[in-house]
Design a protein around this ligand. Structure first.
Ligand SMILES: [Zn+2]
Length: 94
């Protein structure tokens, strides 16, 4: 009777051990899908396009600096429009 219990215990213990090993192996065999690597991409800084008001991640934005202040744009089109409107607003810059 005690021998049978011990056998059962060993069976459960080895099954548990294998399950843990398998989980560890699975976690390490999928690089790039681990949750440890994602946060950096998710927490990319959001910036606003002052021309169209869209929010986009800083990585994807076009940047120009306007009088020491950096402005971000979703597209070259917005950048050009913004630059033009800035120049138009300038009082007698000739
Ligand atoms: Zn835009």
């Amino acid at each position: 009777m005690i021998g049978l219990l011990r056998l059962l215990f060993l069976a459960v213990a080895s099954w548990f051990f294998l399950a843990v090993i398998r989980r560890l192996f699975r976690a390490s065999s999928l690089p790039g899908q681990g949750k440890d690597e994602a946060p950096e991409q998710i927490t990319a800084l959001l910036v606003q396009d002052p021309q169209c008001g869209r929010f986009l991640s800083e990585r994807d934005a076009l940047q120009i600096s306007v009088r020491g202040h950096v402005a971000h744009f979703c597209s070259q089109e917005c950048l050009d429009l913004y630059r033009k409107s800035r120049i138009a607003q300038k009082p007698t810059s000739k």
